[in-house]
Design a protein around this ligand. Structure first.
Ligand code: CP
Length: 329
């Protein structure tokens, strides 16, 4: 499987790559079940270093990437606040990124600025040390590795029921500014026979760019609706998301009532027997914590799948995925 230089956007992946990544992730999980397997994984990249440059808040993406590095023996360095770096002294983000590339073999970055990762990848490509960049979330536009772990979770959940074909997936919440929804939708577009229901208040409907891409995707159908109960009743998977009010200009989200788009205990009888309930997290009140006890709630597994999927992705981008071939270890 050809390795990508950088991971920037969800739509850079095709179905073949996804199928390969799912299998690679399964094999890594099998290896991790024994001490010998864990030591083998740790030996694969213990000569490498990675920079985690996260200038926007994160819990699980940061921790799962850091854990993924540790699983593979990679030493990780971090900046989580640009005011603690020489950016505080006026250094440009371009110079900062190029500086990281002097010391490490991989840069994993999260930024509030849409498109910054692409710009930095182009810049590094023109230098003497073009280390790979992984986009760990870029403003409201992309979160490609979240989409990969979401697809891995969906793929595992749909295995016994014939895969993605014929499945209805409801995506709920702030669809306008939710980067996870955009990235996941771009991957789901690759699967014929999938139906997407975009469920939101009028103010949080998907952006025109995504609507155009969806309309052009062959074999996929989609609807936009504000009828939460009907949508969750029809869905094989429900992907809940929070209001992305960090992108508010003046607290405008507070004026929008999202209560009728929250999943509560009383909704559970409406759901299909094998419905998969997901959320990229963090959550606020989109899902009542008591729903966690329902066997259809998969968001805690989804979160852990993020670590395994990121291990697989790093082995691929750093060129050692061909050594994940001995699940019997
Ligand atoms: N899903 C996600 O990106 O979570 P964090 O913001 O905690 O990393």
């Amino acid at each position: 499987m050809k390795k990508p230089m950088h991971i920037l956007k969800a739509d850079q992946f095709d179905r073949n790559f996804l199928a390969y990544l799912f299998e690679l992730t399964d094999n890594i999980r099998r290896l991790d079940k024994s001490k010998e397997g864990q030591m083998y994984l740790q030996s694969l990249l213990n000569h490498k270093r990675a920079m985690l440059y996260f200038t926007q808040p994160s819990t699980r993406t940061f921790m799962s990437f850091q854990s993924a590095c540790h699983i593979l023996g990679i030493k990780s360095l971090e900046i989580r606040d640009s005011s603690t770096s020489s950016e505080r002294k006026g250094e440009s983000v371009e110079d900062s990124l190029q500086t990281f590339s002097s010391y490490v073999d991989l840069i994993i970055m999260r930024s509030p600025i849409a498109g910054l990762c692409d710009k930095m990848a182009q810049l590094l490509n023109s230098t003497h040390r073009p280390v790979p960049i992984i986009n760990a979330g870029s403003g409201p536009d992309q979160h490609p590795t979240q989409a990969l772990l979401d697809m891995y979770t969906l793929n595992r959940s749909f295995r016994k029921s014939g895969g993605f074909k014929g499945k209805t997936i409801a995506l709920v919440g702030d669809l306008k500014r939710g980067r996870t929804v955009r990235s996941l939708s771009q991957l789901l577009m690759q699967y014929e026979g999938v139906k997407l229901l975009f469920v939101s208040p009028e103010e949080f409907k998907i952006g025109a760019d995504l609507r155009t891409q969806l309309a052009e995707a062959p074999g996929l159908s989609f609807e936009e609706t504000s009828n939460f109960k009907a949508a969750i009743g029809a869905a094989d998977a429900i992907y809940m998301t929070r209001v992305q009010d960090e992108y508010d200009l003046s607290g405008e989200s507070k004026k929008i009532d999202t209560k009728e788009f929250h999943l509560r205990l009383e909704h559970l009888p409406l759901l299909k027997k094998d419905c998969v309930i997901m959320h990229p997290f963090p959550r606020r009140d989109e899902i009542d914590p008591r729903v966690d006890q329902d066997p259809r709630a998969k968001y805690w597994r989804q979160e852990r799948n993020g670590m395994w999927t990121r291990v697989a992705l790093i082995t691929n981008i750093l060129g050692v995925d061909n050594r994940i071939i001995m699940p019997e270890l």
